[in-house]
Design a protein around this ligand. Sequence first.
Ligand SMILES: [Zn+2]
Length: 133
Amino acid sequence: MSHIGNMHRGIERQLRDKYRKIEEENASLLQLLLQHQGQEPDLADQASTASAQDWNMIRYNRNITLLKDITVALKAIDNDSYGICELCGDSIADRRLLAIPGARFCIECQEMIDANPGEFGRTGLGGGILAAV
Ligand SMILES: [Zn+2]
């Protein structure tokens, strides 16, 4: 428990890196989205262009959510309240935090919650997870 501070410094750097990369990706995604807007694709191309654009849009929106999660995570790191499972109090693995910066539970607790959604839904934890996504 005493090296949590160090662990957080490591992940803070990685989260900032991730943030920058996502921002860059979103800048190019936005260009792609704007480029194709109002363009009349060939009929043959239309379907594939539409689905590529849908995918870009989905990715763009998911990135926006990730950027918000990372911002919240970086604040929590400042408060020294980041990366602690809200259920068992253990530290959440860095790998998991990098994949899901808004994670509130360690993988063991998350699996248990996923396996018993009704159980945890009644205690209000289910809603918490949804809110964290
Ligand atoms: Zn846990």
